[in-house]
Design a protein around this ligand. Sequence first.
Ligand code: GRF
Length: 204
Amino acid sequence: MEPTDPNSKTEGRKVRLAVLASGTGSNAGRLFAYFEHHPQVEVALLLTNKPGAPVVQKAHQAGVPCQVLPNECWQDAGAPAAILEAHGADYIALAGFLRKIPPELIARYPRRILNVHPALLPAFGGKGMYGMHVHRAVLEAGETQSGISIHLVNEHYDQGEIIFQKKLKLTEGESTETLAEKIHKLEHTHYPRVLEAYIMAQEA
Ligand code: GRF
């Protein structure tokens, strides 16, 4: 496929979404399924830094093209930008992607990179705040609620503009495991729809 300018108009063709993930990929899998028969949006690529991550298998099963770029290739935007542009990516969805996005890549995709975070930002975000670390911090802080945040990605970890949040109340005896399960359910329900609504609004 011909490389495309990520900021060009998508009139007359489907919007191409790249998913970046490093791990299990339960959210990535939801995105693959949600957009499989979508009339206006398609998942063009899974890009990962982890060759053996379960998300790679999910991409193969879903028929989504997959590319692996190991950690050392994320120091600058060169290699990731070349792959994303070769696959014609218009938007990028992070789904448990654990490398920092190079600033030049963010500049190439202005307001076109989104992330889902398993807590209510701006609290419980930043470097090292991922997975169980987040849920443990929420419980240790004695919070009565947590939730998910879907936000634009800027050059600071978890500090981009928040476009959606959904809260949940913590229950008596809540553990990191029970909380993680509830948060995943919220993410699976909302991330595909919020991404879809965001992309459609941008393209309107
Ligand atoms: C999700 O909880 C998401 O909030 C965070 O990373 C986790 C990825 O989980 N950014 P999975 O790999 O999608 O199951």
